[in-house]
Design a protein around this ligand. Sequence first.
Ligand code: SOE
Length: 401
Amino acid sequence: MTTTQQPSTLRVGMVGYAFMGAMHSHAWRTAPRFFDLPLRPELAVLCGRDQVAVKAAADTMGWQETETDWRSLVERDDVDLIDICTPGDTHAEIAIAALEAGKHVLCEKPLANSVEEAERMAEAARSAEAKGTYAMCGFSYRRTPALTLARRLVEQGRLGEIRHIRAQYLQDWLSDENVPMTWRLDREKSGSGALGDIGAHSIDAAQYVTGLDISGVSALMNTFVHQRPLAGTRIGLGGTGADDGRTGQVTVDDAAIFSARFDGGAVGVFEATRFALGRKNSMRLEVNGTRGSLAFDFENMNSLEFYDGSTDAEAAGFTTINVTEPVHPYTGNWWPSGHGLGYEHGFTHQVVDLVQSISGGTTPSPSFDEALRVQKVLHAVERSAADESRWQWTDLPLAAS
Ligand code: SOE
């Protein structure tokens, strides 16, 4: 009789169960069904403060048990990995406690609300890794096949030396001033606004695709709507305001733009806003090099535009690569040629790569150290924007001289 050896389990405990919690639950559930994983993830324990709500979420999303205190979750012997899907103000405390308790960690982006917290998290991750415990930050867009392919093309030298990086992350869910307050608009909870929520993705993607680090920034930030209705029955993205006229103070940026220098001399422009009416989740990246260019827009996420500068002038032009073929990163594990993937697949790929790193004993990417570098860019952007003299802001009209 032959027996098939079952992979060992990786029992996951997750904190938070809103939008990102649902997305991560889907990823943990789906990854072993489409990818041959060396460890079999189990949705073991879901944690949230409201006992009734967390139980309902656990039933809907397929978790075995619940906890109402993350500290009890972290102390459990039957949990191997803690997945943190809470607002940024709790990331450092939970992640450090989990790593110290010997649990692997997956932490939503941005890593923390400050460089100081991110530094402590990175330090804890380094110490844990020396003992075989791993930590990853959830910059999921890296695992969109078209962006993973973009990096491959850069690594293969198809773009030559990188000159320009143009990164925009455009959403519009805050355009209406009646959209209610959420934790994403509260600096204490989220650290910053458009900058950390979505600009952080652009920073990570730009550095990941080009392999170049940002070495300096010059920034401008603005808040357009300062007061919003307090949340009604439905909160968060797509929530409704209460009808009682009470409002709350928005304490974060609504838009952040900055120019950047990269190591090696490339220059970049970045824009992050949740007020770009009509743009729903337009995470765009364009890179120009000495031999070629590429352009990506998440609203068309199964495509990558590529310009090969070595093509003869008559036939040259941007071509659209349909990143839906088995040769492309991750796609061969899904549907037949041409059928395409969605937002959730990046999160599944994130889990796949994390499980493989844990099993293989290699540092997952983005590590907490890589996420710390993003955190430092966020901080530099805020510092530059707060002190316009640093970039010699020039008001118009010009004074007669
Ligand atoms: C809201 O702007 C948000 O949900 C971000 O927090 C996510 O990181 C991004 O993937 C989609 O938009």
